[in-house]
Design a binder for this molecule. Structure first.
Ligand SMILES: *Cc1c(COP(=O)(O)O)cnc(C)c1O
Length: 227
């Protein structure tokens, strides 16, 4: 059995190493434990080891876990593809959504966010590799969509997210993350107050950290391979 606490400690040291190599403060890199397909027991082990941020992809599975664990100290991030008929459950149960890629979904999340809750934190998912199979807004359309979101009062646009084309080639990883960083900087120069760049998974997070990731989404390196 995987020792989740040990994996988390090991990962945290590795994040600190990656940050130091590019002279960044590791405190500016938030680790999201991607707990899709993992049991409540596995999630509880990560919580015992001090983990607070969790990412989920499948809404029904996620809502069951969030409501069963029922821990106010946790921060839940929705990172999966969003169907319009699932937006209400997302708006009611999550703190962050990283995978918004069209206005219709943003409007529904805004309208369905309960008034007593703070605005929902949003990242726009960008299709940085241009693969037709990938969801995400095209880089050229990010600024327009981001500007539209400003008028949605129950959403708080925080930044950009990407899932790059998978490759073990470190320079190709870095190139894609670098394009995200440039896009992020352009949005900020246009006056959007963004502070979050969500990129990097188990196989490529050091490259993402080198290009300015502020949130990394890690599953396998914490919980082991998914079955
Ligand atoms: C599953 C998933 C991850 C985590 O991937 P690992 O390779 O297991 O670290 C990160 N981001 C998204 C959007 C995912 O769907």
């Amino acid at each position: 059995m995987i020792d989740i606490k040990h994996q988390l400690n090991h990962l945290q040291r590795s994040i600190i190493d990656a940050a130091q190599q590019c002279a960044r403060d590791p405190a500016n890199i938030r680790l999201i434990a991607v707990s899709k397909t993992r049991s409540i027991i596995e999630i509880q082990q990560a919580i015992s080891a001090g983990q607070r941020d969790f990412g989920e992809n499948y809404i029904q599975e996620a809502v069951e876990k969030i409501q069963t664990i029922d821990n106010q100290k946790l921060c839940w991030h929705f990172i999966g593809p969003i169907q319009a008929n699932k937006t209400k459950a997302i708006a009611e149960n999550f703190d962050w959504v990283h995978s918004v890629d069209r206005l219709k979904i943003a409007e529904r999340l805004n309208n369905q966010r309960p008034l007593q809750l703070p605005p929902l934190n949003i990242c726009l998912q960008v299709n940085i590799s241009g693969e037709s199979s990938k969801s995400g807004v095209a880089p050229d359309d990010v600024l327009a969509l981001a500007t539209h979101l400003k008028s949605l009062k129950k959403l708080n646009l925080r930044g950009l997210m990407t899932i790059p084309q998978a490759t073990f080639d470190k320079s190709k990883q870095q190139k894609q993350f670098n394009r995200m960083r440039i896009l992020f900087d352009q949005c900020r120069m246009e006056g959007l107050q963004l502070d979050s760049l969500s990129m990097g998974m188990s196989s490529d997070y050091p490259a993402a950290i080198a290009e300015g990731a502020t949130m990394i989404r890690i599953g396998t390196a914490i919980f082991g391979p998914r079955t």
